[in-house]
Ligand binder design. Structure first.
Ligand SMILES: Nc1ncnc2c1ncn2[C@@H]1O[C@H](COP(=O)(O)OP(=O)(O)OP(=O)(O)O)[C@@H](O)[C@H]1O
Ligand SMILES: [Mg+2]
Length: 122
């Protein structure tokens, strides 16, 4: 199991979410974060003073998937998040030791994404 962690532009999230869902990856988390990359900050004037903001808003997307699904998920993120301009974001892949579905107590990679239809609560 691996966690794919992506820092992306806000506009990229909805196309990524839609394609991941259609590919069978409905389970993810997002948070709104601020971060900095390689660029210098954006300098603006505020009440006569020059303010340099080094932090830019990004969406942080996290999804835990089976090892065999990592490349599909990464490719989907890259496809929709790349504009070619600086600040398109970053994708990281990290190992995950274990996963438990709390409702049933089951564990392992079967708990990560789509359920088989008979497993879904009615
Ligand atoms: N090494 C890192 N660790 C944690 N977060 C990072 C890292 N690199 C980038 N980020 C996050 O990703 C966001 C986007 O990074 P960004 O796209 O600006 O990367 P970059 O390396 O500067 O590439 P580019 O030249 O395309 O801008 C950052 O604002 C930050 O939130
Ligand atoms: Mg940058």
């Amino acid at each position: 199991m691996k966690m794919v962690i992506a820092f992306i532009r806000h506009e990229a999230f909805e196309p990524i979410r839609g394609e991941l869902l259609s590919l069978g990856f409905p389970s993810l988390s997002i948070s709104e974060v601020k971060g900095s990359g390689r660029q210098k900050g954006v300098t603006e004037r505020y009440r006569g003073a020059e303010i340099t903001n080094y932090l830019r808003p990004k969406v942080k997307l996290e999804t835990v998937v089976d090892d065999t699904d990592v490349q599909t998920v990464v490719d989907t993120i890259l496809k929709h998040a790349r504009t070619g301009a600086v600040g398109d974001g970053k994708v990281f892949v990290a190992p995950i030791e274990e996963s438990y579905r709390i409702r049933t107590g089951e564990s392992g990679s079967e708990t990560l994404q789509t359920h088989s239809p008979e497993d879904l609560p009615s």
